[in-house]
Design a protein around this ligand. Structure first.
Ligand code: PLP
Length: 357
């Protein structure tokens, strides 16, 4: 089957096969990774290799910490302000979808959340023009959601924010194409879309931004304390961490983010070109901001939705139901979705039009 779910999402087949082969006996250790102590040298070597490969694949500069946390991106909606306010009282938020809106709301618990720009009036189908953003030069950071998973809206590049640290929720576009990590103060992402199973969250943060948490912040949420303990202040999600490590190795074998990014661009183009070439289906997002990871679309006749989904499932194309807040369909085409999967989806869509259109 081809799994178009928004997350937890499909993983690369070679990774799953390796997990299967090593499940009961990792590298002759006589035990599987799930059964290993996180303090043993076997697991420490797995954790270190994962970080090394992540740094290599993303090109993380030496003055950034890479942290492996729990609580999902949702916990980071709070943990980011707890760490990054650093004596300041406000932060700027660019809200381009429901996830950014949630992050914005959480910020309000810790200080003044400034809604510097939002596309809510356009039903989150675009990104407000950079010239219209009302940024505050005294803000502690500017928060964006690089890719809004529900609405299928993606920033093509890191926006310029006048020297204030840029924070990005990259949950659904992490490691999907090359980026310049140095343009960000902090990047966070739940792993369960492009890099592994759910249960582990990756934070990449510039050294000079950590170590000044708000009073009352738990030690487990203090980036500096976590970094000093190699993300093992408490028992980490060992199995998820291990699988992420295999995914980063797979990314290297695939030719790194340049090759992966090109493939993702081809996959997205195949689907959007078809969506734009007929009027039975429609994607509402402004073209420069269309997501290469999550492609929402609606049928002109919503009464056919249930039939479309039933038929797609029977054809081995699963997870296509759109998010409940926007309806219609959504095809999530993360790194592990092969080009053949997108081609199979387009073929199915054409056949559906031929019989029902
Ligand atoms: N941010 C984005 C962009 C997401 O897509 C999601 C989940 O889909 C989240 C945050 C929430 O992530 P988690 O479930 O890991 O807390």
């Amino acid at each position: 089957i081809f799994n178009f779910s928004a997350g937890p999402a499909t993983l690369p087949l070679p990774v799953l096969e390796q997990v299967q082969a090593e499940l009961l006996d990792w590298h002759g250790s006589g035990m599987g990774v799930m059964e290993m102590s996180h303090r043993d040298k076997e697991f420490t070597s797995i954790a270190q290799a994962c970080e090394r490969d992540l740094r290599e694949v993303l090109g993380v500069p030496a003055n950034y910490k890479v942290l492996f946390l729990q609580g999902g991106a949702t916990a980071q909606f709070s943990v980011v302000p707890q760490n990054l306010l650093r004596g300041k009282t406000s932060a700027d938020y660019i809200v381009t979808g429901d996830w950014g809106k949630k992050a914005f709301k959480e910020m309000g618990r810790y200080g003044r959340a400034n809604l510097a720009a939002t596309s809510e009036a356009e039903k989150f189908t675009t990104i407000p023009d950079r010239a219209s953003w009302k940024l505050d030069p005294d803000a502690a950071f500017v928060h964006i959601t690089s890719n809004e998973t529900i609405h299928g809206v993606e920033f093509p590049d890191a926006p310029e924010v006048c020297g204030v640290p840029l924070v990005s929720d990259m949950s659904s576009s992490f490691a999907s194409r090359p980026i310049d990590v140095g343009q960000y103060g902090l990047i966070y992402a739940g792993a369960q879309k492009n890099v592994g199973p759910s249960g582990i969250t990756i934070v990449i943060v510039r050294d000079d931004l950590i170590g000044q948490v708000l009073p009352g912040t738990f030690a487990i949420h203090d980036y500096k304390v976590v970094a000093e303990n190699d993300s093992m202040l408490n028992t980490p999600p060992t199995f998820a961490w291990y699988v992420c490590g295999l995914v980063f190795q797979w990314m290297k074998n695939e030719g790194g983010l340049a090759a992966i990014g090109e493939r993702n661009a081809r996959k997205a183009a195949l689907l959007y070109d078809y969506l734009d070439a007929q009027d039975f289906y429609r994607n509402p997002v402004a073209k420069p901001y269309r997501s290469k990871m999550n492609v929402p679309f609606v049928l002109a006749n919503a009464e056919l939705d249930a039939e479309f989904l039933k038929g797609s499932k029977a054809a081995g194309l699963i997870g296509l139901k759109g998010h409940r807040s926007v309806g219609g369909m959504r095809a999530s085409i993360y790194n592990a979705m092969p080009e053949a999967g997108v081609a199979a989806l387009v073929d199915y869509m054409k056949e559906f039009v031929r019989t029902k259109g």
